[in-house]
Design a protein around this ligand. Structure first.
Ligand code: ADE
Length: 228
């Protein structure tokens, strides 16, 4: 899996993804992550890449041309990939979308900043827009890292135990059942007896019931047949 990030703040991407599981997967060659500085593609000495919106309004917008030049550089160097703009106007990101993007092999994530991006860049260059939720961040960098993390952990070899992601929340369409580790008794709370029984069929049944109960209590919208 290859992921290119176009950003005004490459340090944010490198800080978030340069540690832990994703960093180790990159070291082992399972994934390739590259953060590119959009400002390097400005056409003026001041390296300005933003300007005021036509029609007025608060703040400034990212200009289309530096973004487009940065994208051309990336595709010339590393090949074409699915081009995704992170913005609150996009379709909301889901586990299913993470799986589709993992199958793409190469994605290019454009991190908007300021009040957004000139619409003509989006029309001309982006394949789609993705939002990570119905709230507004200061920029697309954290959102791009969320997408990259969710995609990369689906790539074979990235997680130590690949059964991990078959078992968990959302892969089954349900929330995950409760889990416990040592000690057996903590602050007067004990681990449910069934988990200590050694009866694997009973444990499986209990987990399925718990997953269903949690989902109906917390996220009934995820249950089959519910309207979304
Ligand atoms: N940029 C600002 N807010 C965002 C969001 N919710 N999702 C993706 N990109 C964003």
């Amino acid at each position: 899996m290859e992921i290119d990030f176009l950003t005004l703040f490459p340090g944010m991407i490198n800080a978030l993804l340069g540690e832990s599981i994703i960093a180790r997967a990159a070291e082992r060659g399972h994934i390739k992550l590259r953060a590119h500085q959009i400002r390097d593609f400005a056409d003026n000495a001041r390296k300005q890449v933003d300007d005021y919106p036509y029609g007025g309004g608060a703040g400034v917008l990212m200009q289309a041309e530096p973004l487009c030049r940065c994208l051309t550089h990336v595709t010339a160097a590393h090949g074409n990939g699915r081009v995704i703009l992170l913005s609150p106007q996009g379709a909301v990101f889901t586990q299913g979308k993470a799986a589709l993007l993992a199958a793409e092999g190469h994605i290019i994530l454009i991190c908007g900043h300021y009040e957004g991006v000139d619409e003509r860049f989006t029309e001309e260059c982006a394949d789609e827009e993705i939002s990570i939720g119905d709230y507004v961040l200061t920029g697309g960098e954290i959102a791009a890292c969320v997408v990259a993390d969710a995609v990369c952990r689906l790539i074979p070899g990235v997680l130590a135990d690949e059964s991990g992601f078959q078992d968990e929340s959302f892969a089954s369409g349900l929330l995950e059942y409760p889990q416990y580790t040592r000690p057996r008794l903590w602050r007067g709370r004990s681990v449910p007896d069934v988990l200590l029984s050694g009866d694997h069929a009973a444990i499986l049944r209990w987990r399925e019931e718990q997953a269903l109960r949690r989902t109906s209590q917390r996220r009934p919208d995820l249950l089959p047949g519910s309207e979304r």
